[in-house]
Design a protein around this ligand. Structure first.
Ligand SMILES: Cc1cc2nc3c(=O)[nH]c(=O)nc-3n(C[C@H](O)[C@H](O)[C@H](O)COP(=O)(O)OP(=O)(O)OC[C@H]3O[C@@H](n4cnc5c(N)ncnc54)[C@H](O)[C@@H]3O)c2cc1C
Length: 404
């Protein structure tokens, strides 16, 4: 690993200043107030203004709606967004994942306008993978799509479709051949969410984030919205899933976050800073400050080490490490502060921005979404360590490649 600081040349320094000034003007208090209210992870004005400048997908070429940023400029953009605490409002997280599959597997006349609008901030795509019966085993999807000529009729429900209420399309996993082995009977669609028969019902999570359950009742869409071959959905899904799970991710630029859980860890970083400031200002019984207490310092130091480890652990391991660090250390910080650490934002006596209380609530979901940490441990065992598939009671495949 190379931890050398990157020296910015004049152009990059100027760009950094331009981005910072623009983002400071964009992320006004009312944007944060709206996010606090809705938990949608999306703000129309922010999204459209960034998209109009090509800054939503700045790494993409200008002719595709991006800004043609090089790796350094891209990193500057990322860090400036974090500086504004804006990452939580960037729906790009889920919206970006299916774009490559859309380009690769859909006819150009359908895909091109959708992709252009997505990059320029006018179209959002959400992920319709998980179902009420289970999200880890995506290949077990039951939402049914039945073909009739050029049209398909879709029935069933999807759970946890984050962003569905603000998105234009859902990248949907459907079952098209119920008699085939489960991985072979899947077809992917890009379903326009304004199609009659789609009902979206909101769910607020413990951290205040809004996600949705989406019902599909006799939803009829044209075959042009099919992504890839009939019953070939598992192949189509592989790219977006591998990207989400950070398998085979290209880190060659050396300027991206090492850990895919870095976003989780930044929430922990803010909480640690908040507790450190609080400890400095809070008197100990002997009149000194709590920050002078060796036990307080030891606890903050331990949290800091875990925070750094969460930021630096690469690949799928980073997902697990960052979530574990956030879950354990946010609880430890609250324990250190006592009851005041549990006061939410705007409550009388709340400390700072109540980052510690929020970090603890946010932490719990990080062990689940995008694949649970348990599932990630299996991914690490199989893909990184080359170990055989696990042997669960009732599982059909016990050893790599061998059926029992
Ligand atoms: C806030 C939030 C946002 C989300 N956003 C989206 C979204 O936008 N789109 C979407 O499709 N989904 C989304 N999800 C769903 C998420 O991907 C699933 O919750 C996750 O994959 C786990 O599925 P499940 O909740 O159905 O749990 P299950 O799959 O039912 O698992 C239950 C428990 O069993 C364990 N388990 C299951 N299988 C295994 C295994 N093979 N090995 C070891 N342990 C196992 C799990 O770790 C878990 O503890 C979101 C979830 C949350 C909470």
């Amino acid at each position: 690993m190379d931890f050398t600081l990157v020296e910015l040349d004049d152009d990059h320094r100027q760009l950094q200043q331009e981005i910072r000034t623009f983002l400071e003007g964009l992320f006004t208090p009312d944007v944060f107030a709206e996010e606090h209210e809705t938990g949608s992870g999306y703000n129309k004005k922010v999204y459209e203004e960034l998209g109009a400048r090509g800054w939503l997908y700045p790494e993409k070429p200008v002719e595709e709606g991006g800004a043609g940023f090089d790796l350094v400029a891209e990193r500057i953009m990322d860090l400036e967004l974090f500086r504004q605490d804006a990452r939580v409002m960037m729906m790009r997280g889920t919206s970006s994942l299916p774009l490559k599959a859309i380009r690769k597997y859909m006819p150009a006349d359908v895909a091109d306008p959708i992709l252009k609008d997505a990059v320029e901030g006018r179209v959002l795509v959400c992920l319709g993978y998980s179902e009420p019966d289970g999200g880890s085993d995506i290949a077990n999807a039951k939402v049914r799509a039945v073909q009739d000529g050029d049209m398909w009729t879709i029935n069933g429900s999807k759970m946890w479709t984050t962003g569905a209420h603000v998105s234009n399309y859902t990248f949907l996993v459907t079952r098209t051949d119920p008699d085939a082995p489960k991985h072979k009977g899947i077809t992917m669609f890009l379903v326009p969410l304004d199609t009659p028969g789609v009902t979206i019902q909101g769910i607020r999570t413990f951290s205040g984030e809004r996600t949705n359950i989406v019902y599909y009742e006799d939803v009829v869409i044209h075959d042009k919205y099919r992504v890839g071959g009939i019953n070939d959905g598992w192949n189509v899904l592989h790219g977006p899933l591998d990207e989400e799970h950070s398998i085979g991710l290209d880190m060659s630029g050396g300027l991206t976050d090492l850990s895919i859980g870095a976003g989780f860890c930044r929430v922990l970083g803010r909480a640690i800073n908040e507790v450190a400031e609080w400890a400095h200002k809070t008197p100990a019984p002997d009149g000194s400050s709590l920050a002078d207490d060796v036990q307080v310092r030891e606890r903050l130091g331990a949290a800091m080490v875990e925070y750094e480890a969460g930021l630096c652990t690469p690949g799928p391991m980073g997902r697990v490490k960052a979530s574990d660090a956030l879950v354990q250390q946010s609880a430890s910080l609250i324990d250190l502060m006592g009851p005041v650490g549990l006061l939410p934002l705007h409550a009388d006596g709340a400390v700072g921005e109540a980052d510690t209380e929020y970090a603890h609530r946010f932490a719990q979901g990080t062990a689940t979404y995008g694949g649970t940490v348990e599932v990630f441990r299996t991914i690490i065992a199989n893909h990184v360590l080359g170990l055989p598939k696990p042997n669960y009671p009732g599982a059909k495949v016990f050893m790599a490649g061998k059926k029992k």
